[in-house]
Every structure is written in C-alpha cells, then in structure tokens.
Design a protein around this ligand. Structure first.
Ligand code: ATR
Length: 276
C-alpha cells in the first residue's frame, strides 16, 4: 500500500501542531498516511497545488497568510469557503478537480461560539482584531449565531475595507483607536498573528474594559498569549484557540478520510503537553 501524504502550508509554521493532530488520528484509525509542515513562500503555492492535482499530495491545510491567496489556483471552492472567501482545506475530488473548503467556521462554532451560553445576540458588540484570512470565518460564524454588532480593526486599513465590501454592515475602527474603543465591547476576538510563538505582540495595555468582557484568541500556541495573560489579570474571561484548532482539524480529517475522528482526552493531553 502507498502512504498517503498530507500537510499544512503557511509561513511561519513552527507553532503548528497540525502534524501532531493528524498523525495521531492516522495512527488511531490505522490509515497509512503522513502529515507534515510545508513552509512555503507565496510564489510556491502554485507548485503545491500541482502536487494535489497529480496526486503526490492527498490533502493540505492552509494557514497564515495564504487562506485567500490559494483561491486563484483552485478549480472550485465550496460551502463556507464560498461564503467567506477563505480556504483552509484542499483536496482532489472524484472528477479530478482541486477543491477548497473552509473548516474554520465549524471550528469556531464548536470550539468557541457555541460555548457562549448566555450571550445575547442582539446586544452584544464584538470587535475583531485583524482582517486576514480567518477574519471572514469569524464574522460568518458570529452571524450564524445571530450576532450582528460587529466591529473590525486592522493595521492595514485597506484590508478591513475589503472585508466590509463582503459584509457591509460591519464597522471599521482605526487600528490606532482600538485601546479606547475596546471599552464598549462585550467580546474581543484576536485573529491577527500577534502573540504567536516567537512572533511580535500587541503593544497596548487594554486596561479599561467592560466587566463582563470575553477575550478570545485564535492563537493556541502559546497556550496563553501575552494578551490572554493581561486580560486574565484584569479579571476578563479568556479563551484560546485550542478547541477551534482541534475542531477545524476534525472536519478536515473527515473530508479527506471519510472518518470522523474523536477529540478524546488522550489527544487533548498530548496536544496540551506540547504547548508552551
Ligand atoms: P491569513 O490570511 O492566513 O489570516 P494574514 O492575511 O497575513 O493571514 O493575516 C494576518 C493578520 O495579522 C492580518 O490582519 C495582519 O495585519 P495586516 O493586514 O496589517 O498585515 C495581522 N498582523 C500581522 N502582523 C501584525 C503586526 N505586527 N501588527 C498588527 N497586525 C499584524
């Protein structure tokens, strides 16, 4: 039997625990396959997609900063990838078409949004920090929950404007104003790469917030970003991106292998032990 090959493309990738996740499941479900890190430059995307087309690779995940950049090289995007124009899972279908899917929305719903039990969709205000590939998935998942008071802020204003073209009801906050604007928010969601292991971080202090603020960081490695630590110190309820990471992986795995893998305690223990 030939070993199937999977991987994740992005840059940087040193923080990624996707190989651990998928290789754990391959072993558990006795699938002869391997999943590895494929750190690439943007001009290498086309070559990687070719490898999917000629079956050298059976599937790839896509992460920062290529979730949108891969789209022009695909034959088809489906479902929530279409709604968000953000792709994190790629494979070849039976007709030989390279297909892009989005499992981030599913990950966000199961890993975070469905846990917000007492949230009032009507009155809650959410600020999304960042306007990269995953931000549109966040907006889409919030909308599915009925939350519509959504603000966005991004270092590069133009990218926030681009997201607004797709979701015209969201409001843009200037990056330099986030510290003041945060005071009126119920939920803050960090979708930037700020806080990622070995990367740069937020300079702001974010000391004054609503007492019932919820801070969600899409980052899962490190387990506690500096932002999570700072907010926790101020008594804010915080979540990291670990559950989202595991759920998006679960759905990618199911798409590729027709097996819905379990998020059991063994897996959670192994993943958590690898976090810094
Ligand atoms: P992806 O498409 O995979 O989400 P991305 O588009 O590079 O990746 O998104 C990364 C996000 O982190 C962007 O919102 C980016 O802001 P810019 O659009 O201004 O690049 C944000 N980001 C990365 N480094 C940052 C920094 N040093 N300060 C502020 N925001 C940063």
């Amino acid at each position: 039997m030939i070993e199937k090959k999977f991987g994740i493309i992005g840059k940087p990738l040193s923080h990624s625990l996707s190989p651990l996740l998928h290789n754990f499941w391959f072993k558990k479900y006795k699938i002869l396959a391997n999943y590895c890190l494929i750190e690439i430059e943007i001009n290498e995307i086309e070559g990687i997609i070719k490898k999917i087309r000629n079956k050298e690779l059976q599937g790839i995940n896509v992460t920062v900063p290529y979730k949108q950049a891969v789209i022009p090289f695909l034959d088809l995007i489906k479902g929530e990838a279409k709604e968000t124009l953000s792709v994190n899972t790629i494979s070849l279908d039976e007709e030989g078409k390279v297909v892009g899917n989005n499992t981030d929305v599913y990950g966000l719903e199961h890993g975070f949004i469905n846990k917000l039990n007492n949230i009032s969709a009507r009155t809650n205000t959410v600020l999304i920090l960042g306007a990269g590939g995953v931000s549109s998935s966040v907006i889409y998942a919030l909308l599915k929950k009925g939350i519509k008071k959504i603000f966005i802020s991004n270092r590069t204003f133009k990218k926030a404007e681009n997201i607004k073209k797709k979701f015209p009801f969201i409001e843009i906050i200037k990056w330099e104003n986030i510290e003041t604007e945060i005071k009126s928010m119920n939920i803050i969601i960090n979708t930037t790469s700020l806080g990622l292991k070995n990367g740069s971080d937020f300079m702001q202090e974010f000391k004054i917030t609503k007492s019932n603020l919820i801070y969600y960081d899409i980052i899962y490695n490190p387990e506690e970003t500096i932002m999570i630590k700072k907010f926790k110190e101020n008594g804010v309820k915080t979540f990291n991106g670990l559950e989202m990471f595991m759920y998006q992986g679960q759905k990618s795995f199911a798409l590729w292998n027709n097996v819905n893998p379990k998020l059991d305690n063994d897996l959670k223990k192994i993943i958590t032990s690898k976090l810094k």
